[in-house]
Every structure is written in structure tokens, then in C-alpha cells.
Design a protein around this ligand. Sequence first.
Ligand code: BES
Ligand code: MN
Ligand code: ZN
Length: 510
Amino acid sequence: MDIKVTTIHGTISTTRRDAVAVFFSEWNMAPQAAEKTEHKKLMENFPSALRKKIETAIQLNEFTGKENESITLYTESLINSPRLLLIGIGESKKLTLEKFRRAAATAAKKASSLKAASLAILLPEPVTSETLAAAEISQAIVEGAILSLYKFDKYQKPNNEKKKLHSIEIITPNSRLEKEIHIGAKNGTMLCEAVYHTRDLENAPSNEIYPETLADHALQSGKKYGFSVTIFDKRKIESLKMGGVIGVSKGSENPPRFIILEYNVKAKKHGTIVLVGKGVTFDTGGISIKPAASMAEMKMDMSGGAAVIGTFEAIAQLKIPVHVIGLIPAVENMPSGSAIKPGDIIRHYNGMTSEVDNTDAEGRLILADALGYASQYRPELVIDLATLTGACVVALGHLASGMMGNDQTAMDDLKTAGEKTYERVWQLPLFDEYEKQIKSDVADVKNVGGRWGGAITAGWFLKKFIGDYKWIHLDIAGTAILEEALDYAPRGGSGVGVRLLVEFLKNVHR
Ligand code: BES
Ligand code: MN
Ligand code: ZN
């Protein structure tokens, strides 16, 4: 990540950047006295000649403060920066952290399209006193700006004529807020770095990221950020009788890996959280092969694993006081003469058997081993993240991850974290009656449950393999793999899960 974030106590007039952005709320929509004073107060940030230019734009109706709106004014030496970006943030009474992320994303994308190399963003003053703290707003602004600028371009010739936006400065005219804003911006920057790494892993093609190299990345990352990493190779996995991991990887030239991360063992006495991430580095479907159209996006079928690695990077940097274990079964699902076939029966780590009716339902087969393996940690809670089913994308699209589990309190807490970070989750039911869809005539369970309720029957399959612990399953098939850009995530890997889990883990022992 080559973007530097700084914070200063200063004014729009004193900063010297290629562009300065200021957020305006939609005062016309709420013409009460309160908004008028707020607007007036905001206008005091500008020298009077510049204020006139802004008022002209408003009078001409070119700018109304609506969300996603932005216009550029040339400041002609009225302030030290040549461009002023007016960014709409919507109704001032309805401000949320997400609106700040989006407004900052609009500002950053606009500045970048104008070829600005540096951008200053004014932290709006009146709103900070209300329900949102200055540190949170500052963090949200950093998240929106940095995440919106992500590009997976390392395989492309560098485009030299286009200067990249490489510095973002948050300004506050209020000296009392300086410290808070600095903390928020620093935390935001660390999180974004972890999200960038997660997106890089997701977007990397499968000839770069396969089980061995995913494990190498986890090792490097553990060294850099300070958590321990243990890698099991194929022989070790065989000796542990992880039949799902072995079975799914059988068709591939690339041997499997089982990646174990551990952070902050000192905090063990307060309880252990286990994060399990699906690490299918490419999913062809195996013998039950997928159609060619959009098969390429299955290079991102390790997004759950990537999110676990990214979460460890973030919690290690933020020094979150929780003992966390990460488990990533990593395989490549290929068809070949040695691949598993429909009808094969697998024996998993915990001794249970599954009938492989469809080799494309491979994620649950490897997760079954990992969920069994998790028991030895006597976890307080296990959360698994997996790009598990197309059915979940049909149900929820790209805006919410499917959530299932056996503990409502933990799920409610995760939902709260989802609303705060806007990595939203939506609970699907695990009614008992769904279980019969995965009954097998020949094994303990069958790996597919028929056409209907596919996200839920996949969840039920996992539930058969959990130990005596609290558990949440997140189906991130839609939220991790974006077919189109969102406000601050381009098409491709979104890095979903990192901000969500960090927020959840921050509050877990409160
Ligand atoms: N990795 C896929 C799920 C997926 C699909 C993720 C689309 C992202 C976008 C998973 O391994 C899979 O193939 N699931 C099958 C299950 C079916 C065979 C029961 C599916 O969803 O079609
Ligand atoms: Mn599959
Ligand atoms: Zn898959």
C-alpha cells in the first residue's frame, strides 16, 4: 500500500495539497435552523472570496450536498491548494460512519481522476460532537479513501504518465480533536493495509497462489506482523487422517497444506477464538466440472482463508488482547485421473464419513476436517468464513454475507459488528427439518442437499462436524467476490471479513 496518511491541526487555507475536499450535507433538504447554523459554521472555514464561489455553485444548483455528489472549484490562489472538492454527504441528521466512508471514497476517486497526487480532507466539525466520535469518523474517512483507491495492477506495465494519489491528510481546525483523529487515522491505515493484502491474495491468479504459496504468504505475514504460523504438509495431513483435505486435493498436481495461525497465546486464560477460512486456491468443480463462463473467478475461492490471514495481520498490529487461532485448509480442486469422483466416500478428521455426491461441493469437505481439528483448542467460539455456495449469492447478492450458527448471542454481536463496519451479515435459519436433505444411504452425511436452500444445507453439513463449542458460519460467496465495483471496493476480491472480524474481536471480552 503506497498511500501515506497524516493528520494535522490546521485550516483549509494553510494546507498545501493538490486538492482539498470538504463534505457538505444536504442543507436544502433540512432547512431548519440547526442545519443553517451548521452550514454557516462550515462556510467559516473558507476565505470570503472562495466562499462566494461556493455560494455561486449552490445558487446555480450545481451542488446540493446529496450523497455521491462532487464538484471541483479552482481556488486561484485564494488558498494554498489549487483545487477545492465539494463532496455531498447527504442529510446531516442521518450521518453514519458509512456515509463518511462513501464521501471519502468519492473525494479520493475524484482527486485521483484529476491526477492529484495529494489530497487533504477536512474533518467536519459540528457533527463530531453528536453520536459519532471524532476517532471513528477519522477512521471511516481513511477506510473509504484508501479502500476506494485499491487496484490489482501488479501484472500490468506501470502507467507513468498517471501520477498516483499517494498522500492523504486529515485536517482539523480543532486542536482538542487532534489526538483522537490521529488515533483513528492510524487504526484505519493499519486495517486498510490488511484489507489490501487480503484483496491481493484473493485477486492473485491460481498460478501464483496455490496451497504451498498461500502457506508461504501466511508464514511471511506472521514474521512481519508478529504471530506464529505452523504449516502441515501432505504427509502430515495424511497422518492426521484429514480425509476431506486429502480427497479434494487428490486431483491436483499441487499438494495441500493445512495452515495454522496463532496470535497472543498469553491471553489464553481469557478464552480462545478460532477462525477457520476456506482455502480453495482454485475451484474447477473437479469431476463435477463447472461451466467455462466465469470459472476464472474461482481463483478467489480462498477468500475465507485470505480474510483470516488479513485479520491476523490487523489484530497483531492493533494488539487486540484476545487469543486467536486461525485454521486454513488449502487445496486446489481439479479434475484428473486421480481426482475424487461422485459416489466416493471420505472419512474425516473426526471419524465421520461423507458421501461425495458432487465434487464441486468441496469447500464443506475440507472445512469439516478443520472444524473437527478446532475442538482441541477448547474454543470459546469458532467462526468459519467460506465462499461456500452460489445459492447464498442468489439469496443475498453481494451486500450481505449469509450467517448461520448455534449461538444467538454471538450471532447478534457479529451482526452489530457488521452494521458498524458495513460488512453486513444476514442470518439464515438452520431449522432441524433441513437436515434430512443431506442424509446419505451409504455414509454419515451427503455433501449436497438438492436444489433448494443450498446455502442452508451447506451450513447444516458443517454443523454435523462441529465439536462441543459455539459456532458461526459465514457464507461470503457473494460479499468476497464482486462482479461489479461497490463504493469503495473495485470489481474482484473485496477483502470482506477483515474489518468485520477485527471489530468483533475488539469487543469480544467486553
Ligand atoms: N466455490 C463455490 C461456491 C461459489 C459459487 C462461490 C459462486 C462464489 C461464487 C463452491 O465450491 C461450489 O461450487 N458450490 C456449489 C455447491 C453445489 C454443488 C451444491 C454451488 O454453489 O453451486
Ligand atoms: Mn465448488
Ligand atoms: Zn468452492
